[in-house]
Design a protein around this ligand. Structure first.
Ligand code: IMP
Length: 171
């Protein structure tokens, strides 16, 4: 079934530009590391860092979460670790979507244990109605209803990551 557009490429571009400026103003002075969560955040990360008029170092964390096709179990496996040390650095975690919050909770605990100077979160999408654990979200692109979405990096069984907009897949 064809995904139905939910957030257009134009609306995403406008929101990403605004987020970039907001991040540039609100993150502590000096350089910081943006950490993109692979694979879902790769498109968002690429656009976001180019919208931040500041010195940004880029790193990535590869994760795989177990569970049913459209739901995470919160058990996260790190498939590719950070290359740059984050101890004493300001860090911005860049996520595609926060759903139950279980994945983000795990990643925040993991990164916090490495002693960053500060740790903030930017997510493109937020599904607050599905939250199972409290997670701090410092920057949110869009709040969306409880629908499974694809595109702009997000997938359904590895499909649709290259759609330039966010779309709903009807189950
Ligand atoms: P959480 O642990 O339930 O918050 O889920 C986070 C991860 O599940 C995200 O980083 C995505 O990889 C995946 N996910 C959750 N909802 C969706 C969706 O609607 N579309 C695609 N992936 C999703």
């Amino acid at each position: 079934m064809q995904p139905r557009p939910l957030i257009s490429a134009q609306d995403i571009a406008a929101r990403v530009a605004a987020l970039g400026n907001e991040i540039a103003v609100r993150l502590p002075e000096g350089s910081f590391a943006a950490v993109g969560i692979l694979r879902g955040a790769f498109v968002f990360m690429a656009d976001l860092v180019r919208a931040i008029p500041r010195d940004v170092r880029c790193d990535f964390l590869g994760v795989r979460s177990y569970g049913a096709a459209t739901e995470t179990s919160g058990v996260v496996q790190i498939t590719s670790d950070l290359r740059l040390p984050i101890s004493g650095k300001h860090v911005l975690l860049v996520e595609d979507i926060v759903d139950t919050g279980l994945t983000l909770r795990y990643l925040l605990d993991l990164l916090q244990a490495q002693g960053p100077a500060s740790l903030q979160v930017c997510t493109l999408l937020n599904k607050p109605s599905r939250r199972r654990v409290e997670v701090p979200l410092d920057f949110v692109g869009f709040e969306i209803p409880d629908r499974f979405v694809v595109g702009y990096g997000l997938d359904a069984a590895q499909k649709y990551r290259n759609l330039p907009y966010v779309a709903v897949v009807d189950e």
